[in-house]
Design a protein around this ligand. Structure first.
Ligand code: NAP
Length: 253
């Protein structure tokens, strides 16, 4: 749970586009200073533009931080750079994620490893380094992005499903470990959300083919997910930890 007299600080991984970007905007709207993480040179401009927009539109502090979260040392440097820039860290959102889909019998070892490295180990790496300042503050909250695929599986995604199911186990274990330190750890499991990640899927299945599987009859927006993430990270969810909140329009029902 966040408890601070100063303005709170949120680090959002993979915030250059998609869901991460919407989460960064939502935190800025709530007065957080926002650290916008992105993975490489290709996304540096988008991350810098977003940080400038957050400062300009919402009057908060914001900055872009390049780091490949799959690398333990880069995650360490990322957290250190955020602390140096903003002086504290109240919220970590492990949003960075990738897919490399393929049928099990044809999946390359490299495609299994790289998805696990970013989606699961990346979240571990960032939590591992972020909990230290949160423990010192005796407050903090962590939200990890899982997926409905981590709950019920999906053909062609054994790597992605394993990473997102792993996120759920890791979230619950960390929640138990960190509760005595007043740090909450929760996960959000989105369904079909309109981003670059699902662009091919949405095009392939067609909007109608997909929406027939969604109770609420529409594909989700990044903002739908951002709202849930910011709720779980904020003071209104101070007594909630170790939970997995599906934001899927009813797919899992
Ligand atoms: P997206 O549009 O493809 O964006 C992915 C983001 O992750 C980008 O900002 C990317 O940054 C970043 N990223 C990738 N590898 C990284 C690395 N090694 N280090 C740091 N950042 C990295 O994806 P999205 O749809 O917004 O998904 C966001 C999260 O929600 C993911 O964890 C995803 O698995 C989860 N999710 C999405 C859906 C959906 O329907 N879209 C459903 C369930 C769960 P760069 O641009 O710098 O590479």
């Amino acid at each position: 749970m966040i408890k601070t007299e100063q303005r709170p600080v949120a680090l959002v991984t993979g915030a250059s586009r998609g869901i991460g970007r919407a989460i960064a905007v939502r935190f800025a709207q709530q007065g957080f200073a926002v650290a916008v993480n992105h993975s490489g040179e290709h996304s540096a401009q988008a991350a810098r533009d977003l940080a400038a927009r957050l400062e300009g539109e919402y009057g908060v502090e914001a900055a872009a931080f390049q780091a490949n979260v799959a690398e333990f040392d880069q995650a360490k440097d990322l957290v250190a750079a955020v602390l140096e820039r903003f002086g504290r860290l109240d919220v970590l959102v492990n949003n960075a994620g990738v897919t490399k889909d393929g049928l099990l019998m044809r999946m390359k070892e490299q495609d299994f490893d790289s998805v696990l490295d970013v989606n699961l180990k990346g979240a571990f790496n960032c939590m591992r380094h972020a909990v230290k300042p949160m423990m010192k503050q005796r407050s903090g909250s962590i939200v990890n992005l899982s997926s409905i695929v981590g709950v019920r599986g999906n053909a062609g995604q054994v790597n992605y499903a394993a990473s997102k199911a792993g996120i759920i186990g890791m979230t619950k274990a960390a929640a138990k470990e960190l509760a005595p330190r007043n740090i909450t750890v929760n996960a959000v499991a989105p369904g079909f959300i309109q981003t670059d990640m699902t662009a091919d899927l949405l095009e392939g299945a067609g909007e109608e083919g997909l929406t027939s599987r969604i109770g609420l009859g529409r594909v989700g927006t990044p903002e739908d997910v951002a709202e849930a993430v910011c709720f779980l990270a904020g003071p209104a969810a101070g007594y909630i930890t170790g939970q997995v909140l599906a934001v899927d329009g009813g797919v899992l029902l």
